[in-house]
Design a protein around this ligand. Structure first.
Ligand code: HXC
Length: 265
């Protein structure tokens, strides 16, 4: 029984960085329906404020887990209809993250398992501390991944590694996750992780917000499409950025050998 008044998901906007914190540490930040709805609302709010936010950090509170998966306690005795509801809700959150024009960095410090790994895979980048562990343990529960693991994991680590992880349910450490291409950068501890993620957002914030958003849009839309279709999406995105005020400024600043002053979004 839940008897909480404090919100389990917090959104803090600090200058051009938004921090979304999943704060349910006593269940290792497991994704209950309430947590997923709150994540959905947080990303809608960030997308509405897109002009000022240049990057988002998604973090888990408590120091033991990013997210240990979907909430297993809500699964007992349930049938396929509840399964569909849960899966669709998780996919809605993933789509919101992908629709957010600013890049989102999953900052993993601890367990990123099942729906937790899938949530991280919906982000643009995964950064992690050395004390982290990644896996899709669903088959151990008699389930399959339901928040995109069969779709996004093979794109990121390749089909063979994804099959091995999904069929065995085994956990890998940060070092192996870096080698697999799942984790973009590793850090010794949480402070270094958060500082590193903020540095990356500061680099992103030097660039045109329109161009970064267009690039994200094409990367998301083209993922998994046949080459011809993906190329057409890139051409559309390239045309969209071509001739914008930001392009004029970026190209002119280069030719005048000065720092560009891009739009605020
Ligand atoms: C609900 C969870 C939970 C989860 C942990 N907890 N994971 N509650 N859902 N996914 C709770 C535990 O029940 C426990 O509560 C508390 O968090 C601390 O966890 P412990 O197990 O005591 O900690 P530890 O022994 O250190 O083990 C950590 C762990 C283990 C290895 C991460 O908790 C674990 O295996 N968790 C489940 C991981 C998993 O299978 N995830 C995939 C879920 S399915 P109490 O009250 O006892 O203190 C999924 C499907 C996605 O994600 C798609 C759905 C559509």
């Amino acid at each position: 029984p839940e008897s909480e008044t404090a919100p389990e998901v917090r959104l803090d906007v600090d200058g051009d960085v938004a921090v979304v914190t999943i704060d349910r540490p006593r269940a290792l930040n497991a994704l209950s329906g309430d947590v997923l709805e709150a994540l959905d609302a947080a990303f809608v709010q960030i997308t509405d404020a897109a002009a000022s936010v240049r990057g988002v950090l998604l973090v888990g509170e408590g120091g033991r887990a990013f997210v240990a998966g979907a909430d297993i306690s809500a699964m007992q005795g349930r049938g396929p209809e509840e399964g569909e509801r849960m899966a669709r809700l998780g996919h809605r959150v993933a789509e919101r993250i992908e629709a957010c024009p600013a890049p989102v960095i999953a900052c993993v410090d601890g367990f990123a398992l099942g729906g937790g790994l899938e949530l991280a895979l919906a982000c643009d980048l995964i950064y992690a501390t050395d004390a982290s562990a990644f896996g899709q343990p669903e088959v151990r529960l008699g389930l399959i991944p339901g928040f995109g693991g069969t779709v996004r994991l093979p794109r990121v680590v390749g089909p063979a590694r994804a099959r091995e992880l999904i069929y065995t349910g085994r956990r890998i450490d940060t070092e192996e996750a870096v080698r697999a291409g799942l984790v973009a950068r590793r850090f010794p501890d949480r402070d270094a992780l958060l500082a590193g993620a903020r540095e990356t957002i500061a680099l992103i914030a030097q660039n045109s917000p329109v161009a970064v958003a267009d690039a994200k849009h094409v990367l998301v839309a083209a993922a998994g499409r046949p080459t011809g279709e993906a190329v057409e999406l890139e051409i559309d995105g390239f045309m969209h950025s071509f001739g914008t005020d930001d392009m004029r400024e970026g190209v002119t600043a280069f030719l005048e050998k000065r720092t560009p002053g891009f739009s605020r979004g």
